[in-house]
Design a protein around this ligand. Structure first.
Ligand code: SAM
Length: 249
């Protein structure tokens, strides 16, 4: 629990990104960040992962771009976020659209307690990097535990696919290119520097080992040309077959 000196669990809110608790940022979020939700829904439907019966957990749901798109095509969506400010934006949209199959939950990767049937899909976009690596590994195990065997994790994040020795050059190039290419959305150098300095993005070779160790197989991985972003489609490994000797006895 936050502030409890005996508690060794991470205070997720203290690591969740200053801007996500800023009302003004939350109001501007959708104009600044397109979560490409329609394309994501299409991809998940085409892969046979998402259909009218699916139960989805969106962790780090933010303003709910994916949550709302998913709610239109599936049965149940749980939208989890540690920021009451971001969840308030999402809740406004649910009320405005009279959306009845979304449950907003104020919790995080490390505290959300899943109830009901195991999820068919856990979705998480640009949120996991808020956790340091030890906690990412714990979070991924918790995600695997929420999924039914064969269920899917769709994960997007800020993940570095360049070599550590190349970090300075690649990060400087990304900051310069983002500021030049994305003038419209107004990313400033201090904002971009803060992401690298104060958040916990890791390397693909570390994250991928954590995903596998959590009992999830990586079906598809895509790293963008800047070397700064990766997206994964993963599947929970089926439970091992029962020991046949024991079963026969
Ligand atoms: C960059 S936003 C992404 C929002 C949304 N997924 C999207 O793609 O538009 C990151 C979100 O993750 C949330 N977040 C940060 N740390 C978290 C944690 N430990 N558990 C759950 N959500 C977290 C933030 O509050 C914020 O809403």
């Amino acid at each position: 629990m936050a502030g409890d000196p005996d508690c060794w669990w991470l205070d997720e809110r203290a690591h969740a990104g200053r801007e996500h608790f800023d009302e003004q940022h939350a109001r501007r979020y959708d104009a600044k960040m397109d979560a490409q939700a329609a394309a994501e829904i299409g991809l998940l439907q085409d892969a046979g992962i998402l259909d009218a019966q699916s139960s989805v957990v969106d962790i780090g749901a933010g303003s709910g771009q994916f949550t709302l798109a998913a709610a239109q095509v599936c049965r149940r969506v749980v939208a989890v976020d540690v920021s009451p400010v971001m969840l308030a934006r999402l809740t406004e949209k649910l009320e405005r659209g009279a959306v009845a199959n979304v449950e907003p939950v104020g919790a995080g990767f490390l505290t959300y307690q899943h109830s009901g049937e195991p999820a068919d899909l856990v979705y998480s976009r640009f949120a996991l990097h808020h956790l340091p690596d030890f906690w990412k590994a714990i979070a991924l195990c918790r995600i695997a535990a929420m999924l039914r065997p064969g269920g899917a994790l769709r994960l997007w994040d800020v993940v570095y696919s360049f070599e550590p020795a190349d970090a300075e050059r690649r990060i400087e190039a990304w900051i310069t290119q983002t500021m030049a290419a994305d003038v419209e959305h107004g990313w400033t150098r201090p904002e971009l520097a803060e992401h690298v300095r104060d958040e916990h993005s890791t390397f693909t070779w570390l994250l991928e080992a954590m995903i596998e160790r959590a009992g999830l197989d990586i079906l598809d991985a895509h790293c963008d040309a800047s070397g700064m972003f990766a997206r994964y489609l993963c599947q929970k490994r089926p439970a091992p077959a029962a020991n046949t000797d024991a079963a026969r006895a």
